[in-house]
Design a protein around this ligand. Structure first.
Ligand code: PMP
Length: 410
């Protein structure tokens, strides 16, 4: 049986010096306190070891960035080769131009690209570019959507003043009529609509776009000269090598990427159409690490490898195997579950559950048997997951479902 003593001790140590001990959704309060890892040791392929030496088949993938696998040699070699030449230079390297060229080649709506470090860098940049282009103030997002930790979009209240969010409005995902009403109410003042390709709130089922939803959103934006931003930070390169807008038939003006684009190295990107390039160029966007080249080299290698291995196709197959397997197993145990989201970004909820107690027990029982499924946040598939890993995860899930059935009865 797995124990988490070292993780728990380290967390106590951390709380003495680091505000909250561990930030954001990596804090134990967000998972299962004392029954889930809190500190990491190492990773290899689809396996992850925590500080207690517990090994897991990992379905969190670092909350998204690990798309090929941990320690993926071709990516790490590309990173190392560039790093050996130096990092954080006075100026960008040729790799920056190459990656912009690569994104423009891959992403149908991209005619330019620029880079940040975290996802929030580029969602904020998108808002500024849209405001510059339209000379308007309002930003519309879906209720429950996450677009980052900056003042305009953080889900928490600490340090936020009313003015930070005064111009951020929300509507219900998949409800184009509600969006249209909101736009009409704020006619002439809406700069952009920012949406994720599919809806993936925490502590909730995921939702795919309803047929026609994205076309309606595009139409509303066109009617009102509003900039449409696709936040592809979580889905990007897990649904299509050409970006999730291509997968769902979306035509955004700008698209944000991060997570999977560099297989774990710190990089984000924003791409856009020529129409918004002049406005985007007016936004002051730089940083200490803007010129660091190694992460960009890692991203080039990641995209090349995803393409060469047809990795998305493989991940879709593995995701389908996992989702179908879990559905069958739960049925066999007389449990009602729902798998939501795309196969490569799945999430499991129990039909008759309101406060996630079944999810927590299920994830806890899986974790202590060596499979990491998060109870409240969507999961991820990586290319390193092979059939035998999915089968092993299903065997563990079978045992965990038995415990849930015993504890809750249905
Ligand atoms: N948008 C989406 C859809 C995300 O999933 C995230 C990160 N979870 C962000 C924005 C913010 O990215 P970061 O945490 O790298 O700032």
């Amino acid at each position: 049986m797995y124990t988490f003593d070292k993780s728990n001790e380290m967390f106590l140590r951390a709380t003495r010096l680091i505000p909250t001990g561990v930030a954001g959704n990596k804090n134990p309060i967000f998972s299962i306190p004392r029954a889930f890892p809190v500190f990491a040791e190492r990773g290899e392929g689809c396996r992850y070891w925590d500080v207690d030496g517990n090994a897991y088949i990992d379905f969190l993938c670092g909350f998204g960035p690990i798309v090929l696998g941990y320690n993926y040699k071709k990516v790490d070699d590309a990173f190392d080769a560039q790093r050996r030449m130096g990092s954080a230079f006075n100026h960008p390297t040729e790799r920056t131009v190459e990656l912009a060229e690569k994104l423009v080649e891959l992403i149908p709506s991209a005619e330019w690209a620029t880079f940040g470090r975290n996802g929030s860098d580029v969602t904020t940049y998108a808002v500024q570019a849209a405001r510059e282009k339209t000379q308007r103030r309002k930003v519309i997002i879906a209720k429950g959507a996450y677009h980052g930790s900056h003042a305009w979009c953080t889900p928490r209240e600490g340090g936020i003043i009313e003015e930070d969010k005064r111009h951020v409005l929300t509507f219900t995902w998949n409800d184009a009529t509600e969006l249209e009403d909101l736009v009409s109410k704020h006619k002439g003042d809406v700069a952009c609509v920012m949406l994720t390709p599919h809806h993936h709130p925490s502590f909730a089922e995921q939702a795919l776009p309803a047929p026609g939803f994205w076309a309606d959103v595009r139409h509303i934006c066109d009617e009102h000269d509003i900039v449409l931003v696709c936040d592809d930070i979580r889905d990007g390169f897990r649904l299509s090598i050409n970006g999730s807008a291509e997968y769902f038939g979306i035509q955004p003006d700008m698209t944000c990427f991060c997570k999977a684009m560099a297989n774990g190295y710190t990089l984000s990107a924003i791409v856009g159409t020529d129409e918004i390039k002049t406005a985007a160029a007016k936004v002051f966007f730089t940083g200490t690490y803007y010129s660091a080249g190694a992460e960009i080299a890692a991203s080039l290698a990641t995209l090349e490898e995803l393409e060469k291995q047809d990795a998305v196709d493989h991940m879709m197959k593995m995701g389908n195997m996992l989702c179908m397997g879990l559905t069958t197993l739960a049925e066999n145990h007389g449990l009602q579950i729902k798998m939501t989201g795309p196969p490569t970004i799945p999430f499991l909820t129990f039909a008759n559950e309101r406060d996630f107690r079944r999810n927590q027990l299920f994830s806890k029982e899986c974790a202590c048997r060596g499979v990491l499924f998060h109870p409240h946040h969507n999961w991820f598939i990586m290319y390193a997951h092979k059939e035998k890993d999915i089968q092993q995860a299903l065997d563990v899930a079978d045992a965990a479902f038995a415990v849930v059935k015993r504890e809750f009865g249905s």
